[in-house]
Design a protein. Sequence first.
Length: 137
Amino acid sequence: MIFQLNPRLEQDCIAIGRFDLCRLLMMNDSQYPWFVLVPERADVQEIYQLNKAERELLTEESSYLAEHLAALYNADKMNIAAIGNLVPQLHIHHIVRYRDDIAWPAPVWGKFATKPYTDQQIAEHVARVKDRLKSIN
């Protein structure tokens, strides 16, 4: 099988680039810096379905991303989760949280309607993230 990004992720996110295993996306919701890693493996819904080397690489890429996002955005907390109830394709959310964001301390899912970025905001965030993450293609 050939990897294809789930249509919901494609619709809701902005493509930023790729690591060795994962595609990096940014959720189009300006209320939180919210990024998504998607392992580019076909028909995978759960982390345990990846082989051992892929699981290790996913952990490395996720940790690398979280560390750099926390520093770049001066996070109070990083929320990292693989939920998959609406989108079954394995994807890992990396959400920069602040004690004064609109949903704190609750989870962000379903709390508020999304507020899309402007084109200028998209360009600025993508440039900042790409500049920070030197290992992204």
